[in-house]
Write a protein that binds this ligand. Sequence first.
Ligand SMILES: NC(=O)c1ccc[n+]([C@@H]2O[C@H](COP(=O)([O-])OP(=O)(O)OC[C@H]3O[C@@H](n4cnc5c(N)ncnc54)[C@H](O)[C@@H]3O)[C@@H](O)[C@H]2O)c1
Length: 290
Amino acid sequence: MEDIAEFKRRNKCSRLVMIWAASTEIFLKQHAVHKTLATFEQAMRDNHKAIAPSMIYAYAALKSGVPFANGAPNLTVDIPALLQLANQNNLSICGKDFKTGQTLMKTIIAPGLKSRMLGLHGWYSTNILGNRDGEVLDDPDSFKTKEESKLSVLEYILQPEVYPQLYKDFSHVVRINYYPPRGDNKEGWDNIDIFGWLGYPMQIKIDFLCRDSILAAPIVLDLALFLDLAQRTGMKGVQEWLSFYFKSPQTAPGLYPEHDIFIQLMKLKNTLRHLRGEDLITHLGLEYYD
Ligand SMILES: NC(=O)c1ccc[n+]([C@@H]2O[C@H](COP(=O)([O-])OP(=O)(O)OC[C@H]3O[C@@H](n4cnc5c(N)ncnc54)[C@H](O)[C@@H]3O)[C@@H](O)[C@H]2O)c1
């Protein structure tokens, strides 16, 4: 907390935001010590194994009056204790895991398939990546955190419980392979087995030759501006309208995360319009025909 105060003073800042962009941590489930601020603080004093480093950074930010966004798939602020602290101090939080490469493509393609009621037998995704993130994700415990974040998007978008004939029991596999020669130039390869009218099978292949950091950096900049805006307009707690930027959006307890990028974008735009006091976008357009 002293570091935060010193940073603010030295750089003559009137407001700060903190965005976590450090390595993916090993997989952690919510633990009893995460339930309340009191149990969380005691666990920090006890150096409890359920307290991850990112949680300590987030705690320091929220204690210092700084809103916090989580760019990695770790739990971090997605626990009741830190949500309680954010609400108590009127601070905004959001996360998790920047949506930049393969999952971005997934949340663009899947809503389109569903809109045309094209069925899905399976979606196989693999990545080769040679930067430090790729090296960290080669560790099975860290990959487990990432895998959880990457796997859920299709289930939520395709709603197999509503469309069992099209989307029940599709196979979804995600792999990340550390391959040093590629450095930051990630290759995200997808094979999608779909079926159309009369059950006729078809395939889609995506080969996304992307640049990991070029895709992530603008998200960090947007989030810094929008988190600060949320703070200035008095929006506290989980900022679900920023789910557009995340693979695994944090929501209010009990709500399901929206993964469809087009709905996320509409939510973002409408929230900004709402903050400016403008009419919301409905796309009805009936007034043109009055
Ligand atoms: N396209 C993307 O780049 C992208 C997309 C989604 C999510 N992410 C996530 O963002 C995070 C950063 O990705 P990256 O490619 O910049 O990784 P990176 O390995 O290049 O950088 C991570 C940095 O975190 C530092 N670090 C590790 N543990 C720390 C700790 N406990 N305290 C402080 N610093 C610590 C490391 O020293 C390193 O400098 C990862 O969790 C990654 O999964 C990145």
